[in-house]
Design a protein around this ligand. Structure first.
Ligand code: ADP
Length: 299
């Protein structure tokens, strides 16, 4: 069942950039990954759903709420973590959460202490609750961002590129927290990191140029490429000729300095190629590149 329904959303900024181009999307409970390159329109979509900016046209509903005409209704049940949270004051996590909880209208000090403890435990920050948030590491700050948005027990959670800039260990810890939060709620999470979606999301959309190019579960998208991904070793000089003949999805140098290319093709391109198991990265490049090459999405 869809909780969040986005219909035919368009937005052109004053400089003429069309950030959203008649975009439609339906999202159910769980972790939904919005995957796309920089400039695809992810933040614009998220800010619009979070009622921070108006689209030129289209509609958005979350459960029974008409989001664009009743933004205050949505804000009561929304948790939003923007890409840039700004500067934190030199105040302990515990005190800051108490302050945010007051702002969110929780009048009783006892209730504020209870919910603060709950969100600190959920985000694995309880042991560091007396440390100043301004001294937290990048990953801890991002988890604190999740802690503060959980204070009003949101039903819809929107997090914009939360893993950008985190080191691998911090990223893993952050994704684990989000996974926990995502089991009960609708979580919309944007990233340009394919592995984030693979590790975390039960559903996803690939967006570019303000449009949804593909919407599917990660598993289904991978299965659709079964038997169509091929790889071969080549040299940088030959890459151009392969690009003319086939849809080259990715090229990576191997340890002996030769180039391994992965291509999309319904049949084996030539005898040098071997069949490969498709990955979500293949899906991502396939969707983005086939659109650029042919104007059509591959599926
Ligand atoms: P993403 O989050 O996928 O990187 P954005 O929604 O931030 O994409 O941006 C989509 C496009 O809109 C980009 O070309 C970006 O430069 C442009 N854009 C975003 N915000 C503004 C703005 N306030 N004014 C003008 N152009 C903008």
């Amino acid at each position: 069942m869809s909780n969040l329904i986005v219909k035919e959303l368009s937005k052109t900024y004053q400089n003429g950039v069309k950030a959203l181009n008649n975009l439609s999307l339906e999202i159910g409970t769980g972790m939904f990954g919005l995957l796309g390159p920089n400039g695809a329109g992810k933040s614009t979509l998220m800010r619009t759903i979070a009622t921070l900016q108006q689209p030129d046209s289209g509609c958005i509903s979350f459960q029974e709420i008409d989001v664009l005409t009743h933004p205050m209704e949505l804000r009561k049940i929304l948790g939003y973590l923007p890409q840039e949270f700004g500067v934190y004051p030199k105040v302990s996590a515990e005190k800051l959460l108490d302050y945010f909880a007051t702002l969110k209208g929780i009048a009783s000090a006892k209730q504020r202490a209870a919910i603060s403890q709950e969100v600190l435990e959920l985000t694995n920050l309880y042991d560091d609750r007396r440390k100043s948030v301004s001294d937290y590491s990048g990953g801890m700050k991002q988890r604190f961002g999740i802690a503060q948005l959980l204070l009003n027990r949101p039903k819809l959670i929107i997090v914009d590129e939360p893993t950008a800039g985190l080191d691998p260990a911090e990223r893993k810890r952050f994704l684990n927290v989000l996974r926990e939060v995502g089991t009960q709620n609708t979580v919309l999470f944007s990233t340009h990191i394919v592995d984030d979606v693979h590790e975390l999301c039960n559903d996803m959309a690939i967006v570019n140029h303000g449009q949804v190019l593909k919407k599917s579960t990660p598993e289904q998208a991978i299965n659709e490429l079964e038997g169509k991904i091929w790889a071969t070793k080549t040299s940088p000089d030959e890459l151009g000729s392969y690009k003319n003949k086939t849809l080259v999805l990715s090229s990576n140098f191997s340890s002996d300095n030769s180039l391994i290319i992965r291509v999309y093709s319904n049949t084996k391109p030539d005898r040098h190629f071997s069949a490969e198991s498709p990955t979500l990265e293949d899906v991502y490049f396939c969707v983005l590149q086939s659109k650029e090459h042919t104007g059509q999405s591959y599926a």
